[in-house]
Write a protein that binds this ligand. Structure first.
Ligand code: FAD
Length: 451
């Protein structure tokens, strides 16, 4: 096979995509703008540079969704995971690495590969022909971002993520919360009961505001511009503007009747909205925040109904370039309007080194199949890889789409396994056992197709 594949960006996703495609026989060119053009977060010209933490998070492939993703990538011969294991540092159950030797090894593996060429240039426009993977990450350069925006529309490309915390549905106390849309709006019963509501008394509201104001916050990094828009102000900034601001904003109690106590009007209400088609995840509406993770957990657990909440992800506001994948990408990760352009990595709306590398792995393999005239069978949604790609290309709510980590809330339930906290260990083991069997079957099937 002498087909050509171009990859823009040699970060987590681009490096992994190149490795997968080159190993399958494609001639790959990686276009990386560093070190000629810098970003505010990268420090070197290495490929696969970790911009902040040196951890790939949990390596527990039986009880943790990101650990499972590590496992799946290892099974698929993933460069990022193999290299991470070579440069592992002691870090308990986490896969932490010695970051510079790690990135140097990734760079060398790609430089030494006979099918890979590295071109140190910035790509500033969207190519009209050929086969391309765009893996330029959260800090995509300005001119390319403008070109993507011109192609997809202003609404479809975000430059910041304003992430509200996401809670596992099963950890919400429905003895206190109830389902109702404001003013019972909606044509169908499902629409009239689309929101999950948590009521607060005056005393609970005042204590919540005190905790919010006192909580430890993170600050924007230098170069990350602290100018955020009024539409996505952190809740603590709203609270600083006045103690009542939230009660007239995301916590307003109007149009809602507490199903557990209809005669008492709540003083404030926190609303949660379904975050995925499975209905296993709910986001806290309007609760983007710059509070530190530890502080978020203790403050949000003050909300009646969320005392035992478990978080699939915590909130944040970051500089982050990402597209609205659910509306723009097909299930092969191609831009519907220009299918010669495939997207991978954080720019597709996944979040984190591991998830980004995973989407690179998949995009590389999808490109190989396409260029050799095949179509891969869909990745089972029961695997970590499949759960993630299904989420970004269709499972997520397009209107409120925000970057997502891999988590068990994205997995379809396992038949016969009970929900709830007490059964969590068995349930997670059932998820990971099923995922491993399905992932191996998928890898076997795709190898057979290629033979
Ligand atoms: C400040 C910051 C801190 C972060 N901290 C963490 C963390 O601690 N843990 C974590 O898991 N995730 C973190 N992330 C998210 C992290 O960036 C991603 O998880 C991961 O690096 C994304 O992989 P990627 O391949 O999509 O993008 P990247 O790894 O950023 O790779 C994209 C590459 O594309 C290149 N590029 C951009 N535009 C062009 C262009 N026009 N032409 C050619 N090349 C181009 C860039 O130079 C870069 O090398 C952080 C992100 C930011 C911005």
């Amino acid at each position: 096979m002498t087909q050509m594949l171009n990859i823009i960006g040699g970060g987590m996703a681009g490096s992994e995509a190149a490795w997968q495609a080159a190993n399958a026989g494609l001639q790959v060119t990686i276009h990386e703008m560093r070190p000629k053009v810098e970003t505010f977060a990268h420090r070197t010209g290495n490929l696969g540079e970790m911009v902040c933490s040196n951890s790939f998070r949990s390596d527990d492939h039986e009880q943790n969704a990101v650990g499972l993703l590590h496992w799946e990538m290892m099974q698929a011969g993933g460069l990022i995971m193999q290299t991470a294991h070579k440069h592992r540092l002691p870090a308990g159950g986490a896969l932490a690495v010695d970051r510079d030797p790690f990135a140097q090894s990734v760079t060398k593996a790609l430089q030494d590969h006979p099918n890979i060429r590295i071109s140190y240039d910035e790509i500033t426009t969207l190519p009209d022909d050929g086969h391309w993977i765009i893996a330029t990450g959260p800090l995509t350069s300005g001119s390319l971002a403008e070109a993507i925006q011109a192609e997809t529309g202003a609404e479809a490309l975000a430059f910041f993520d304003a992430i509200a915390p996401i809670v596992y549905a099963e950890s919400i106390d429905m003895g206190k919360a109830w389902m109702q849309s404001r003013y019972d709006k909606g044509e169908t019963e499902a629409e009239r009961t689309a929101y999950l509501n948590c009521p607060m008394t005056k005393a609970e509201y005042e204590a919540f505001i005190d905790a919010l104001l006192a909580a430890e916050k993170t600050t924007f990094k230098e170069g990350e511009t602290a100018g955020y828009f009024d539409g996505c102000l952190p809740i603590e900034v709203m609270a600083e503007r006045g103690r009542e601001t939230l009660r007239f904003g995301p916590m307003k109690p109007v149009g809602l009747t507490n199903a557990h106590d209809p005669d008492n009007k709540p003083y404030a209400v926190v609303q949660l909205r379904r975050d995925n088609a499975l209905g296993t995840l709910f986001n806290i509406v309007g609760f983007q925040t710059k509070m530190k993770y530890g502080a978020q957990k203790s403050v949000f657990k003050m909300i009646p109904g969320l005392e035992a909440a478990e978080f699939a992800r915590l909130g944040g506001i970051h500089r982050n370039t990402f597209i609205n994948s659910p509306t723009l990408l097909d299930d092969q990760m191609r831009l519907r309007a220009k299918p010669h352009l495939r997207f991978a990595g954080q720019i597709t709306g996944v979040e984190g080194y591991v998830e980004s590398a995973a989407m690179g792995l998949l995009a590389g393999r999808l490109a190989v199949a396409e260029l050799s005239g095949q179509t891969l069978p869909p990745v089972p949604g029961t695997t970590a890889m499949g759960a993630l790609v299904t989420h970004i290309t269709g499972g997520a709510e397009a209107k409120t789409f925000q970057p997502m980590n891999v988590n068990f809330g994205l997995f379809p339930p396992v038949d016969g396994i009970k929900g709830g906290r007490r059964n969590r260990k068995d349930r997670y083991k059932a998820y990971t056992d099923r995922a491993k069997a399905d992932w191996q079957a998928w890898l076997g099937q795709t190898a057979q197709n290629a033979a």
